[in-house]
Design a protein around this ligand. Structure first.
Ligand code: COA
Ligand code: ZN
Length: 296
């Protein structure tokens, strides 16, 4: 049976868009609920400046609550700099997503760094934490709110120094949900041809209802690690117009109907998405509404 690994990033990409503080207990309940529903790859938080994203100020506390409890789960966090990686390591996490934007304008808006500074930041992490599993999250791979559409002509050369410095996992992120399936195919094929050594993931927002087809385009090219968020929450506070993610329960439903093995309990996930919708009012979100199939 064909297997797809679902990477749930709601507790980071979803929660970061909620203005009102979500109590630590609620966050932990959702994280534990996701693990209980069978998800094994989970981005639980981000170690970022609390001034940039106040919602994530409890990153260390959340990690302390769950990391030692689930030693077999692949728990990871987003980090923008060495300081974040240090905090992640100290909290017991051994895997991080290092975020850099293909668009320098978005990189500056999001993490206040030039491309050069971001690259130097990664080198510092690799040197300080050689045992840390570091995935490169390439934001705005497909398009940027400030610079417009992107293509393989920019993506491929951009990745070269990262691959040369040892990065082996790259997550191609459609931060503003602007991609189309033909472009997804072109970029994945070009990146694969240039760097066969890379393990690719996709993280595709559903801003224009194309999250599913774009993710499927990647899957049909053999990408077997895909990111999504429970309830479709998500966005980037520093990318105007960026809204909801692809909903994990919708993606899981489609893939299981297609015969993929996912190892998740979909009814449990839907129940959890409903709990999340009640615990975190949808009015708090800038973009998407919940799209939860009705089940009894
Ligand atoms: N975790 C916690 N605090 C951090 C931090 C981290 N990883 N990195 C920096 N800080 C703190 C600094 O200690 C400093 O605090 P102080 O003002 O109390 O002294 C403050 O944040 C500013 O530090 P500085 O290094 O000057 O950062 P900056 O203002 O240039 O901002 C980032 C750069 C990367 C820290 C910030 O823009 C950020 O956290 N961005 C994350 C954006 C994000 O999460 N976007 C969505 C996900 S893609
Ligand atoms: Zn995202």
């Amino acid at each position: 049976m064909k297997k797809i690994e679902l990477y749930e990033v709601g507790p980071r990409d979803g929660f970061q868009m909620v203005d009102e503080y979500i109590p630590l207990e609620t966050k932990a309940r959702i994280v534990e609920g996701l693990l209980d529903a069978g998800l094994r790859h989970l981005q639980i938080t981000s170690f970022v400046s609390p001034k940039a994203i106040p919602q994530m100020r409890d990153a260390g506390d959340l990690a302390a609550k769950v990391v030692s409890k689930y030693p077999d789960a692949d728990l990871f966090a987003l980090v923008p700099n060495l300081r974040g990686a240090e905090a992640a390591w100290e909290s017991g996490l051994r895997a991080v997503s290092y975020v850099v934007s293909l668009s320098e304008s978005h990189n500056r808006a999001n993490i206040k760094r030039t491309h050069e500074e971001s690259f130097a930041g990664l080198q510092a992490i690799l040197e300080s934490y050689p045992e840390m599993d570091v995935c490169l999250d390439l934001s705005t791979t497909f398009g940027c709110p400030f610079e417009g559409m992107k293509s393989e002509d920019e993506v491929v050369p951009f990745l070269k120094p990262y691959v040369d410095s040892g990065i082996r996992t790259v997550n191609l992120c459609d931060t503003i949900g602007i991609a189309n399936p033909a472009q997804v195919r072109r970029i994945i094929e070009a990146v694969r041809a240039a760097y066969p050594v890379l393990d690719l993931q996709v993280h595709i927002h559903d801003t224009r209802n194309m999250g599913m087809v774009n993710t499927l385009a990647a899957i049909e090219l053999g990408v077997d690690k895909v990111q999504s968020t429970l309830g479709g929450l998500g966005g980037c506070p520093f990318a105007p117009g960026a809204s909801g993610n692809l909903a994990t329960e919708d993606l899981a439903f489609m893939l299981s109907e297609m015969g993929y093995e996912l190892g998740v309990d979909i009814p449990k996930m839907i129940k959890l998405a409903k709990y999340q919708a009640s615990a975190i009012p949808t009015g708090q979100f800038s973009g998407h509404q919940f799209r939860i199939p009705d089940t009894n």
